[in-house]
Design a protein around this ligand. Structure first.
Ligand code: HEC
Ligand code: HEC
Length: 299
């Protein structure tokens, strides 16, 4: 039922997106007034918006996460560009804006979700970014030392051998990951084998505490992932990526096939054992004998 609802919702939203896109493409864009400079924004309000909406994917001076480091972005891009991109990057990419398309390609076509913002709110976010100063010219390296936490627990949470305490879905219902210790999974969203070196421990932690992706957000908003669970998952993602990655070129398909063969063998052996007392003569013959016996006829 839930999957049906989700599918219908997804379908409806894509139809809506199509409609909006079509209308947008079909109506001429009116000449825009130059947008007010963000200096009018309130950095404190901007900080709050940034923390709740943007921080899972962006830092200001802390390095790349899901999206680029935004330190100094107001110097790289015009205010007008930012006022269009931040509420609806998807529209801008669809319109073919070369900078928007270039950065979208650079970030592996990860969609930044659209948000409903007033001009004032965007101003406040930009005022906050400016107040932090700096430039993202020297990209921060991701810390690849072993994080705290038990990777075994993380692995079990990842593929659902251990349930998340609040009842959220196992990660492998949407994500695949190549590692000996877990069952691979869905292809609905990104493969997480290399997630740690992309995002770092802090980046993953930010995503797990407040998933910024609409689909993942929906899955966990009423079933939050606990801090302890996140610690285990992060340790596991580190292990899968850094310490014990699957050998390159190892044939995952064959591995699964062999596991399957062994599994079937075990099940057959088990069935043989459980049914060891099964009848070896015809059941009808036994019934016939019993009935004959009860009316006093015997041979
Ligand atoms: C789900 C992750 C995600 C969230 C949440 C998110 N972004 Fe992004 N952002 C991205 C990605 C990925 C890119 C790279 C461009 C692309 O793929 O569309 C990006 C690009 C940008 C850029 C362009 C940077 C440049 O160098 O040109 C700006 C500005 C930006 N985001 C601001 C924001 C702000 C402000 C918020 C919060 C209101 C926000 N983003 C929320 C993922 C995200
Ligand atoms: C309902 C589906 C769903 C479930 C369940 C889910 N995710 Fe996600 N996750 C997504 C989507 C969608 C994205 C956005 C990336 C994409 O478009 O593929 C994402 C992105 C991520 C990313 C960022 C990847 C990157 O490199 O940008 C991480 C890390 C992540 N998920 C971890 C997890 C973990 C750990 C779990 C289990 C606790 C989990 N997810 C469960 C749907 C899901």
């Amino acid at each position: 039922m839930n999957t049906r609802k989700t599918t219908i919702a997804l379908l409806a939203s894509s139809v809506l997106t199509m409609g909006v896109g079509f209308l947008h493409a079909a109506t001429p864009v009116p000449a825009q007034e130059p947008i007010e400079i963000y200096k009018q924004g309130d950095p404190a309000k901007g900080a709050k918006l940034f923390q709740t909406i943007c921080a899972a994917c962006h830092t200001v001076g802390g390095g790349v996460r899901v999206g680029p480091d935004l330190a100094g972005v107001h110097k790289r891009r015009s205010s007008e560009w930012l006022h269009k991109f931040i509420p609806s990057s998807t529209k801008m990419i669809a319109s073919g804006d070369p900078d928007a398309v270039a950065i979208f390609e650079k970030f592996n076509k990860t969609l930044m979700p659209d948000q409903v913002f007033t001009t004032k709110q965007v101003d406040s976010i930009l005022a906050f970014i400016e107040s932090r100063g700096g430039d993202a010219s020297a990209p921060k390296k991701i810390d690849m030392t072993k994080p705290a936490g038990n990777p075994k627990i993380g692995a079990a949470l990842f593929d659902g051998r251990r349930r998340l305490a609040s009842g959220g879905p196992a990660c492998n219902s949407c994500h695949d990951l190549n590692h000996d210790t877990v069952m691979g999974g869905g292809v609905l969203s990104k493969d997480l084998t290399k997630a740690y070196s992309r995002l770092g421990g802090e980046g993953v932690a930010a995503i797990l505490s407040n998933p910024p992706f609409p689909l993942m957000k929906r899955a966990f908003q009423d079933h939050p992932i606990s801090k302890a669970e996140a610690t285990g998952l992060i340790a596991f993602l580190w292990e899968a990526d850094v310490e014990a990655p699957m050998e390159a070129g190892r044939d995952y398909g064959w591995l699964l096939f062999i596991r399957g063969v062994v599994g079937v063998g075990i099940i057959l052996a088990l069935l043989g054992f459980l049914w060891r007392g099964r009848k070896t003569s015809l059941v009808n013959a036994k019934i016939f004998e019993r009935q004959m016996g009860s009316v006093g006829v015997s041979d």
